[in-house]
Design a protein around this ligand. Structure first.
Ligand SMILES: [Zn+2]
Length: 261
């Protein structure tokens, strides 16, 4: 399996990163995509990908830090993205829940990084919270008659997002919240989505699946999300895992054997 979204470069893993990687491999996670959150984290993601064959990087500035994306920062992202192990621009998007950067700066940073992805022919990894309408409008304008690929990360069950994903050929990232006992929308909508559009992710160190809520998440827990997805789709775990791994390779244009055990 491939963890399509985790932040192993974050300081939460500084003390035991190698053990975390060993545990994830033992749990069947044989490749990971580590998106950047700001310029510094994007640099760290690329450095990690250089050190570990199983780690791929994405580079981008998260909406929380959108106000930091100036001309030189965008130029450095472009430079970092040329690295052969950079598979996407991300994570980028809009977050109107926390509003840590002014909304006009968020929209400007999102548009600039969408344009960068189109220029470099790379897929994007999109974060949104309470900003679905604006994210969808931006993605619709960006996609036009075609696009370089898009993963809607941390899909929370919004119908408008799902409809757009299906219509445009975007991918939906499913993580820990799928396993939550009080989850409502997700267990209802996930069985109806096209299986070939679904990816698995942990978003570690955030959003740990049940029964690890409240603790640090790590990629080894991807198996719990996979179990829950297999249950919801009424598929044997192995069939589900193979299909989703195939989806992840397609989404990020990884080598055909990436993620296989
Ligand atoms: Zn993330």
């Amino acid at each position: 399996m491939i963890d399509s979204h985790c932040h192993l470069d974050f300081p939460q893993f500084d003390a035991d990163r190698d053990e975390v990687l060993a545990r994830s491999e033992a749990a069947g996670v044989t490749a990971l995509v580590n998106p950047g959150a700001d310029l510094e984290s994007s640099r760290r993601a690329v450095a990690l990908a250089e050190r570990h064959a199983t780690i791929y990087a994405a580079v981008g500035v998260h909406p929380h830090d959108a106000a930091t994306l100036d001309g030189p920062a965008l130029a450095e992202l472009r430079q970092l993205a040329a690295h052969p192990k950079v598979v996407a621009i991300g994570e980028i998007g809009l977050d109107y829940y926390r509003d840590l950067s002014p909304r006009d700066r968020q929209r400007a940073a999102f548009d600039a990084q969408l344009a960068l992805a189109a220029e470099l022919n790379l897929p994007v990894i999109v974060h949104q919270r309470e900003a679905a309408a604006d994210v969808l409008a931006a993605l619709r304008a960006w996609a036009g008659g075609g696009h370089s690929g898009c993963v809607l990360h941390a899909f929370a069950g919004e119908e408008a997002m799902a409809d757009e994903a299906v219509a445009q050929g975007f991918y939906l990232g499913l993580g820990g919240p799928l396993t939550y006992r009080n989850a409502r929308r997700l267990p209802e909508i996930v069985p109806q989505l096209p299986l070939e559009r679904l990816l698995l992710e942990t978003d570690a160190p955030y959003l740990p699946p049940h029964p690890y809520r409240g603790q640090r998440n790590e990629p080894a827990y991807l198996a719990l999300v996979a179990h829950r997805l297999a249950e919801l789709r009424a598929l044997p775990l192995e069939t589900l895992a193979n299909q989703v791994t195939e989806n992840t390779r397609r989404a990020f244009r990884l080598k055909p054997d990436t993620g296989s055990t």
